[in-house]
Design a protein around this ligand. Structure first.
Ligand SMILES: Cc1cc2nc3c(=O)[nH]c(=O)nc-3n(C[C@H](O)[C@H](O)[C@H](O)COP(=O)(O)O)c2cc1C
Length: 382
């Protein structure tokens, strides 16, 4: 079945669709607009440094920011020291996490040089040690019924368990480090996923690329399917990579047998993608895309939330760097069927130094202005 709500340990999500962590993009304001659009089962913070959280660094605390509406929420931690990771997991539970996720997929040098992220795919004993330490710590800080009720959102706890119930642990990985290894049938992810299930992990997410691929090429669905086969139904596997429209999610489920689908970049341009995809998975129909006025309303909402959680300067910085993503699906054709360029709108927003100028640009666009002209970002947004 394509549209079965996903169960992660004791947690039953409302759907089987997840918002991916995207460092610098999937912040509280963005998660909020995705949730408001519907269809989203679980969202996740960007990767968090346990040391930063424990030190109380302003950047880490900002990245970990959540609120009562932002539930259920996964908090993703990265690193290589099992003890520090365990302390980070405790911090996450004490600060509202519904799920704790360990990053085993980040290909960025800053993370892998310190043996974290996808470097763990080259040192499986260390990966397992981390998981064992974290899983033990999560048992120690298991939650009461009251504590759970504040972090479930539209998810539920599966009946039958006696409280306290620990927060479930998940891991997000790539297929393996080396692309040659993958093509030679030596990807570590199937074996790793089985070992993670033994060590107490409740679900794994697999981004179907190798570390060496970074974000190039296309997602390798066969690699995800091999992980699904390897765990043999013991824990759910969440597929991830290149889902840009509802049909991609259905194809990923059909071709890999995965139980859930995580969407990252597709949501940056289409925050309503979860609603559309859930509808498509249920009955094969994609609801009409929101009218332009509603899409403009979503951009405005994001901007205003950012102003509220941060300040005008930061909100202007954020809207400036993401306007290409937002503009990507803004309007495809004008009433005569001609493609509509949004370059003037993007330029007006990029030049804005005051919040009113952003709102004014959006108003002008709605009235039919600031249209026309294409730039390279129209086809290759951000
Ligand atoms: C700019 C950027 C930042 C990312 N940051 C994270 C991160 O913090 N943690 C993580 O697990 N994955 C991160 N990812 C990977 C995404 O979660 C996801 O696995 C990847 O983008 C493939 O999914 P998509 O094609 O749906 O975007 C990042 C990806 C991008 C492009």
């Amino acid at each position: 079945m394509l549209a079965a709500p996903l169960t992660i340990g004791p947690l039953r999500l409302a759907t089987n669709l997840l918002l991916a962590p995207i460092a610098g993009y999937c912040d509280l304001s963005f998660r909020t607009i995705c949730r408001e659009q519907g269809g989203l089962g679980l969202a996740c913070t960007d990767l968090l440094s346990p040391q930063g959280l424990l030190r109380g660094s302003a950047t880490s605390l900002d990245l970990a920011r959540t609120d009562p509406y932002d539930k259920p929420i996964g908090m993703q931690i990265y690193g290589s020291d099992p003890r520090v990771m365990a302390q980070g997991a405790r911090w996450a539970v004490e600060h509202g996490a519904t799920v704790v996720d360990i990053n085993m997929g980040c290909p960025v040098d800053k993370v892998t040089k310190k043996d974290g992220g996808s470097k763990l795919l080259t040192d499986l004993p260390r990966a397992i040690r981390i998981v064992e330490h974290v899983a033990r710590e999560l048992q120690r800080c298991a939650l009461s019924a009251d504590e759970w009720s504040a972090r479930l959102g539209d998810a539920a706890l599966t009946p039958g368990g006696a409280y306290p119930v620990p927060v479930p642990l998940t891991c997000k990985m790539r297929l393996c480090w080396s692309t040659d290894d993958y093509h030679a049938g030596r990807a570590c992810s199937p074996h790793l996923a089985r070992s993670l299930a033994d060590a107490g992990v409740s679900a794994v997410t697999v981004h179907g690329r190798t570390t060496e691929m970074k974000f190039s090429g296309s997602v390798l669905l066969d690699g995800i399917a091999r992980v699904v086969d390897a765990v043999n139904g013991r824990i759910p596997v969440i597929g991830n990579g290149d889902v840009r429209e509802p049909g991609d999610a259905a194809e990923m489920i059909r071709r890999t047998g995965c139980s859930g689908v995580m969407i990252g970049r597709g949501a940056l341009s289409t925050p309503w993608i979860f609603r559309e995809t859930w509808s498509f998975l249920r009955d094969g129909r994609v609801p009409a895309s929101p009218p332009v006025a509603e899409k403009i309303g979503i951009i405005r909402r994001y901007f205003d939330l950012m102003r509220h959680t941060h300040d005008d300067r930061y909100a202007l910085f954020q809207i400036n760097r993401r306007v290409s993503w937002f503009a990507r699906n803004l309007v495809e054709t004008d009433p005569r069927g001609k493609p509509v360029g949004v370059k003037p709108l993007k330029e007006a927003i990029r030049l804005a130094v005051l919040p009113d100028q952003v709102h004014d640009a959006l108003d002008r666009f709605l009235r039919g202005g600031l249209r026309g002209g294409f730039d390279q970002f129209d086809s290759h947004a951000a």
